[in-house]
Write a protein that binds this ligand. Structure first.
Ligand SMILES: NC(=O)c1ccc[n+]([C@@H]2O[C@H](COP(=O)([O-])OP(=O)(O)OC[C@H]3O[C@@H](n4cnc5c(N)ncnc54)[C@H](O)[C@@H]3O)[C@@H](O)[C@H]2O)c1
Ligand SMILES: O=P(O)(O)OC[C@H](O)CO
Length: 343
């Protein structure tokens, strides 16, 4: 696959930290429109040429178009189809995915590439399953995931991502458009593996943040990351993923980044829990989504239903939702019976 030289039309729906960072990165080579649902916030972003709320400190490229008009944002890509092989990128949290897809229903949508990481609350569905429910399988879809802090991507620092889709044409399309400069984009067809890895690593980042906040040390951190990966893999394989996917960017790569990088919002939730802060306060102070919070609830439910052993997830959910303390849950994890490491 060759790096694409000709610019494409790309619309990014969702102007939070990640949508803004990806729009900045893609606008270096493409005709990009960033749409946000809040007109006042988009007007403020236009005036400052910077997303002061979600991604302060990162000026927007002069060519990046901004808007809060949904029809105009869609027209930007639909009118280019099929000649310019456009991309429609959904950059909302998992909670916003179904509402956003509903807005697209019945429209001439060329494809959808989502960036969100998690399971849908209530249904326990992965993003590709939500897409299939709302838009059907005829609209090609892809998950773009991997270790990627918005602030670093906006600065143009090196970053490797992976795109998962069952559509080879869409995988090639995403690689052709996004791979280049300091972005490396790999591809695979294991959507379940890529999505499970991206979702559950956020829960593990909360656990690792809490352990670090409690001062449990670097040995404990390494143990949590490693056993976290075992837990993620166990769930993913049960859901039909390929084990090797969890050794890749959307598995181990993103797990390491999010568990150890202080830019992670999920890790910061864990650090704050260790200080004894209440979840409501933590979420309000964050000002951004922390997908690991709803994901811990969804994964606990799903794992119980499927009979998959997920002790770290259960411990995180107990601290978040059942009033248990992080210290108490650490003791309970350590008190578990020994087991075969590879079982
Ligand atoms: N920030 C990162 O570094 C990063 C990196 C990779 C992946 N992600 C993932 O991308 C997703 C979005 O994260 P973020 O960092 O942009 O979050 P954020 O909290 O910074 O911003 C969320 C944005 O989504 C918008 N939104 C919420 N519901 C919406 C809906 N129904 N329709 C349209 N817009 C909606 C909000 O208005 C806001 O602009 C998450 O799933 C996250 O895990 C984030
Ligand atoms: O800040 P977090 O914890 O939402 O993590 C951001 C990205 O998912 C890291 O790859």
């Amino acid at each position: 696959m060759q790096e694409q030289k000709t610019p494409s039309k790309i619309t990014v729906l969702g102007a939070g930290a990640w949508g803004t960072a990806m729009a900045i990165a893609l606008a270096r080579r493409h005709d990009v429109l960033l749409w946000g649902r809040n007109p006042a916030q988009m007007a403020e972003t236009e005036a400052a040429r910077e997303n002061l709320h979600y991604l302060p400190g990162h000026p927007l490229p002069a060519d990046l178009k901004l808007g809060a008009d949904f029809d105009a944002a869609l027209a930007h890509v639909v009118e280019a189809y099929p000649e310019q092989a456009p991309l429609l990128v959904l950059a909302c949290p998992v909670a916003g995915l179904r509402p956003l897809l509903e807005q697209l229903k019945g429209r001439a949508v060329p494809n959808v590439v989502w960036l969100c990481k998690g399971f849908e609350a209530g249904t326990g569905l992965l993003p590709h399953q939500v897409k299939d429910e709302v838009l059907g399988q005829a609209v090609p879809g892809a998950a773009l995931s991997g270790p990627s802090f918005a602030q670093e991507v906006a600065r143009g620092l090196p970053c490797a991502l992976t795109v998962a889709s069952t559509s080879e044409a869409l995988r090639e399309r995403v690689v052709a458009a996004a791979h280049g400069d300091n972005l490396r984009v790999y591809s695979c067809d294991d959507m379940v593996g890529v999505e499970v890895g991206g979702a559950v690593k956020n829960v593990m980042a909360i656990a690792t943040g809490a352990a670090d906040g409690l001062g449990l040390g670097l040995n404990a951190r390494a143990a949590l990351i490693t056993r976290g990966l075992a837990e993620i893999t166990r769930l993913g394989v049960h859901l039909g993923a390929q084990p090797a996917t969890f050794m890749g960017l959307a598995g181990m790569g993103d797990l390491i980044l999010t568990c150890t990088g202080d830019l992670s919002r999920n890790r910061r939730v864990g650090l704050a829990l260790a200080q004894g802060k209440q979840l409501d306060t933590i979420v309000a102070e964050l000002g951004h989504v922390a997908e690991g919070v709803p994901c811990a609830k969804s994964v606990r439910m799903l794992a119980q239903r499927l009979g998959v052993d997920m002790p770290i997830t259960n411990a995180v959910a107990a601290v978040l939702f059942d009033g248990e303390s992080a210290a108490e849950m650490t003791q309970q994890l350590l008190a578990r019976d020994p087991r075969d490491e590879l079982a």
